[in-house]
Design a protein around this ligand. Structure first.
Ligand SMILES: Nc1ncnc2c1ncn2[C@@H]1O[C@H](COP(=O)(O)OP(=O)(O)OP(=O)(O)O)[C@@H](O)[C@H]1O
Length: 575
């Protein structure tokens, strides 16, 4: 249905709109040039002609016209021939001239094609030299445009037989339903493949456009499952078949980027899956390395500087942040917490694919945990603070634990949960802490229970942790939404942070000094390392350039997390 009707009477919406638009838009258009442009455009003859065509088409569409005849070209030809036998009057001459015009001829020919619904291309006749004895031979003719055939072949080195190795889901061969895995290929376009290398055969196939003829000996009936269950995976690495020496056919491969959601359409081959990018325009599947194969070859690969986990160096002041937003009046000294948690990065895990499923928070369900990660000084606390201020009923932070003695002005469960050193150590032993650190003989830490307690109050818990802790938070219970806060360019850091001071503790004294280029470089390089190592765990990468814009983007993203569907690991949705 057209958006606006243009018919007579009450349906003249589009005409009315066209005549009203220039005056309605006037207040939004400042320049007189733009106003006159709009006016000219809306009153132009071509636009009004387009509206008329729209009107006519709509009219015909409603009537569902059926062709009176499907051979208008032949009729025109017959009429021309007959008229030429008659004495030529002015009318006859004009009609003959009209009917001989190439545009009219083409129009009639298109009319006939549509009327006959004959959209199939013409296939060439079958070759005459088919051996009658070759009962088992099948001649298949496909019409192929520029798209690849969507099948791969393999050659048996012993027998020399060339067989169809796989059919790509959704490709031309698959859609034809005529070629099957195991079929033995004898000829392509009349050329015997007997002495040909697979690359040469592929070349013949690629080069043939239009009809392509195969002579095949059908293979044994495939028994595979009629329809395989769908599986969605999130890619945890970048892949380009062009650089993959192992792929059997580069043309059949599919490139993807870390973070893409892939729909796995076939796992028949344990080494090469067939998949397509979810939401991508191409309906055809491409080859991708299977999880097992990718894991195995990555594990075997010599560690290189790229894959080797690197320790993220941080200044001594780069310490625990999640403790700092305690409700104390002043900000805690940044050098206070030496993080004693392990910085052993996940050497054992080889990130390949993670099975995912769409998830949308049901009304009444607990909010997902929001985790912020990023290099020291990038602005995690600032963003958390702004979120808290923007909606204190909705967002909240955890209360840290400490083994230090409570001060007079402090209350248990407000600034900290004050517990004994012995209990703190027992809790460490029982893995109750997400992170913990020690300073001047006292422990400080964020417990899993403190996160649970915020979530149980039906609030969004905001947490910032070192990225190596993410792994332990990625559970069905917390369903964390991970935001990586990234610094902008050094130039923008200089511009935006010129009034920012870094606070460092020397002895018991706080020292504050303006941030230097060295601080900025360190922030950028720490961010780069974090991204290299952990980006597969990030749901959002937020560049904290202009603070207000970064905050706005974060707020919008968090709103979407609560209301829209997101891909999450499938294990999070199993109860
Ligand atoms: N986009 C920004 N523009 C200007 N200043 C910013 C911006 N973001 C943060 N800052 C300032 O940078 C300083 C460090 O920010 P913040 O304390 O939030 O960093 P952090 O990531 O929590 O780092 P740390 O681990 O050192 O606490 C603060 O003074 C903050 O106001």
């Amino acid at each position: 249905m057209p958006a606006l009707a243009t018919g007579p009477g009450p349906d003249t919406g589009l005409y009315e709109l066209l005549s009203l638009l220039p005056s309605q838009l006037q207040m939004y258009v400042k320049s007189s040039d733009d106003r006159s442009f709009l006016h000219t455009m809306f009153s132009s003859r071509s636009l009004h002609s387009l509206v008329k065509i729209h009107e006519k088409l709509q009219h015909y569409e409603e009537r569902c016209p059926a062709p009176v005849l499907d051979s208008a070209s032949a009729l025109a030809q017959g009429v021309s021939e007959e008229l030429q036998m008659k004495p030529l009057s002015a009318d006859i001459t004009e009609l003959l001239k009209l009917l001989s015009k190439p545009h009219v001829k083409s129009l009639l020919s298109v009319h006939d094609t549509v009327a006959q619904k004959s959209y199939d291309p013409q296939l060439p006749p079958l070759p005459d030299d088919i051996d009658d004895d070759e009962d088992s031979v099948k001649i298949i003719r496909l019409v192929k445009n520029k798209e690849p055939l969507g099948a791969t072949i393999k050659k048996n080195e012993k027998t020399g037989a060339v067989t169809i190795a796989r059919i790509m889901k959704g490709g031309a061969a698959d859609r034809s339903g005529l070629i099957h895995i195991g079929d033995e290929l004898k000829e392509v376009n009349g050329i015997s493949v007997e002495d040909k290398k697979p690359e040469e055969i592929i070349k013949i196939m690629i080069q043939s456009e239009g009809a392509i003829t195969f002579k095949v000996v059908p293979g044994p009936e495939a028994e595979g499952p009629a329809s395989e269950p769908k599986m969605y995976v999130k890619a945890l690495f970048d892949y380009d078949p062009v650089n993959d020496k192992a792929i059997p056919c580069k043309e059949a491969g599919m490139a993807f980027k870390k973070g893409d959601v892939l729909r796995v359409m076939s796992q028949e081959d344990p080494t090469w899956w067939q998949a397509k990018i979810e939401g991508g325009a191409d309906p055809r599947a491409g080859l991708i390395p299977s999880k097992h194969f990718q894991e195995r070859r990555l594990a075997l690969r010599q560690p290189s500087s790229n894959t080797q986990p690197q320790k993220i160096s941080r200044k001594p002041s780069a310490l625990r942040r999640s403790f700092r937003l305690s409700k104390r009046g002043k900000k805690t000294n940044k050098s206070m917490y030496e993080c004693k948690t392990s910085e052993r990065y996940d050497t054992a895990d080889v990130p390949t694919y993670e099975e995912v499923t769409p998830y949308c928070k049901a009304p009444g369900a607990r909010y997902r945990l929001v985790v912020l990660v990023g290099p020291t000084g990038v602005g995690l606390n600032e963003l958390k603070r702004k979120l808290l201020i923007s909606d204190p009923q909705h967002f909240s932070v955890t209360i840290p634990h400490t083994s230090r003695v409570k001060r007079n002005q402090e209350s248990d469960g407000v600034e900290y949960h004050f517990i004994s050193k012995h209990l703190f150590e027992t809790d460490i032993y029982n893995n109750k802490f997400i992170e913990y650190g020690e300073y001047k003989g006292n422990y400080y830490g964020t417990s899993l229970d403190s996160v649970r307690s915020v979530i149980a109050k039906n609030k969004v818990c905001l947490l910032d942790v070192q990225p190596h802790c993410l792994k332990h938070l990625r559970t069905a219970e917390f369903k964390p939404y991970v935001v990586f806060v990234k610094p902008p360019s050094i130039q923008r850091l200089r511009e935006t942070r010129k009034n920012t001071k870094s606070v460092s503790g020397k002895g018991d004294k706080d020292m504050s000094k303006a941030l230097t280029d060295e601080d900025f470089e360190e922030m950028i390089s720490a961010a780069r390392l974090m991204e290299n190592q952990y980006s597969h765990l990030f749901d959002l990468v937020l560049v904290n350039d202009d603070l207000a814009s970064a905050f706005g983007e974060l707020k919008r993203a968090l709103r979407k997390v609560e209301t829209e569907t997101h891909w999450v690991p499938i294990s999070w949705t199993h109860s």
